[in-house]
Ligand binder design. Structure first.
Ligand code: ARG
Length: 458
């Protein structure tokens, strides 16, 4: 396909150069946004009398036809074209002749591409946020079901203190709520309209930039033409926000993988979300969770790509910036794919309450509560801590738990102990008493669910 900028060139572009230079294979997905951006631009050109009103109308009608034709499969995007902008403008001119050639008045591909990516990513952010909301909703439902399900809470992957499974799930809901906030924030800064920046130095035409911005649903227009065409902060910010989403999904995946193992068996994944082995008949593998954990690397890589592409670019546009699209689209697609698989996997998993409870019964996770019992009887915490440590050592020697250690042994370490200690170290009570705001008890989990549901309904 002929290039738009042919005028000053005497030779055709070498095929290798075209293949290398072309971005159509990855920017073709922006066809709708490119067309909608052009429609708004044409409307503004007509309104300001920069082009004839009738020509503006013809251009808009023809762009609509092109959009419909691409969508219905009547028109194929030419993969030899330089980029989507060239292709659409070429098609418009092929259909409209002279009038089509007026569309690019007061516009450059530099501000055009800056506009298109914003339009695409703005939509992608909404889609991703919706998927995150769906996952948070599933977490709230599961947490409600398991607000009294006792499980061991861990530090250093060592059993630490008793919590509820509902509380554990709501920790992920809290992370994902922050992800939603971050995405909204990225979108807010992204939602600035760059058309009018031209190639780099604005334009001499009397544009109504605010009108174009309004037609396309932007909150503001860019203030500096050099920045307008060369800002890709919003891609980097989005990749960073998506990287954090992946950090959260990856941590969650790691736990799913551990919990599915025979060593834990806290959960069982549904058959529809697990895979088998080609040789070991007994296997049921958590491949989805492993893939999500693995794919986090791609998204971090995309962020690094974008940072590296941008860090040495002199103002304003440089072709290096064409590299933005593959990286940010990959990040967006990866996160969407991960969420699509992850949410139903969580939704359909079976929780093995008994195993969680049994694990919580071992590992002395009520030792802090035992020390707190002594504190309740007036002992300073440090002394109580030491006395409880001695009791734990005794239990380990005799292969007992704090629940099964006889009262005489308690008394031998500290006379303050009485038989009400067994009540104080009862796991259900230990959790129930953790009533502090943000704690693991049932009311606290209910409160977390309430607040979270409110957040995702906005
Ligand atoms: N395909 C190009 C990109 O993605 C569009 C902008 C081209 N501008 C230019 N001056 N060559 O960045």
């Amino acid at each position: 396909m002929a290039q738009l900028w042919k005028g000053r060139f005497k030779k055709e572009l070498a095929k290798e150069t075209n293949d290398f230079n072309s971005s159509i294979k990855f920017d073709c997905r922006m066809f709708e946004e490119d067309i909608r951006g052009s429609m708004a631009h044409a409307a503004m050109l007509g309104y300001t009398n920069i082009i004839e009103k009738s020509e503006s109308e013809k251009i808009i009608a023809c762009l609509r036809e092109i959009l419909d034709d691409i969508k219905s499969g009547k028109l194929f995007i030419d993969m030899q074209a330089e980029d989507i902008h060239t292709f659409i403008e070429g098609e418009l001119t092929a259909r409209l002749g002279q009038t089509g050639k007026r569309l690019h008045t007061a516009r450059s591909r530099n501000d055009q591409v800056a506009l298109d990516i914003r339009l695409v990513l703005r939509k992608e952010i909404d889609e991703i946020a919706e998927k995150i909301r769906a996952l948070i909703h599933v977490l709230c439902v599961k947490a409600e079901e398991h607000k009294t399900t006792i499980m061991p809470g861990y530090t250093h992957l060592q059993r630490a203190q008793p919590i509820t499974f509902g509380h554990h799930l709501m920790a992920y809901a809290a992370m994902l709520c922050r992800d939603l906030d971050r995405l909204a924030d990225v979108k807010r800064r992204m939602n600035v309209m760059p058309l009018g920046s031209g190639a780099l130095a604005g334009t001499t035409y009397p544009l109504d930039r605010k009108m174009t911005a309004e037609l396309l649903g932007f909150d503001d227009i860019s203030q500096n033409s050099l920045d307008g065409v060369s800002d890709r902060d919003f891609c980097i910010e989005l990749a960073a926000a998506l990287s954090l989403v992946m950090v959260h999904l990856s941590r969650f995946s790691e736990e799913i993988i551990l919990w599915c193992s025979w060593e834990f068996k806290f959960i069982e994944l549904d058959d529809a979300f697990s895979t088998g082995s080609s040789i070991m008949p007994q296997k049921k593998n958590p491949d989805i969770a492993e893939l999500v954990r693995g794919k986090s690397g791609r998204v971090f890589g995309d962020l690094t790509t974008l940072l590296t592409v941008m860090k040495g670019i002199a103002l304003a546009y440089n072709k290096d910036m064409q590299e933005d699209k593959e990286a940010i689209f990959d990040a967006v697609d990866t996160v969407k794919m991960c969420l699509n698989a992850f949410t139903p996997m969580i939704d359909t998993m079976t929780v093995c309450k008994e195993n969680m409870r049994n694990a919580a019964a071992k590992g002395f996770i009520n030792a802090t509560d035992c020390a707190d019992y002594l504190v309740g009887k007036g002992m300073p915490f440090r002394d109580a801590y030491k006395a409880t440590g001695e009791l734990v050592a005794m239990c380990i020697d005799d292969n007992l738990t704090l629940e099964t250690l006889p009262i005489e042994k308690y008394k031998s370490v500290c006379a303050v102990f009485d038989s009400d200690v067994y009540d104080a170290i009862n796991l259900d009570k230990c959790v129930k008493d953790r009533k502090v705001y943000g704690g693991p008890c049932a009311q606290s989990v209910e409160e977390q669910i309430r607040i979270t549901k409110e957040k995702i309904s906005k």
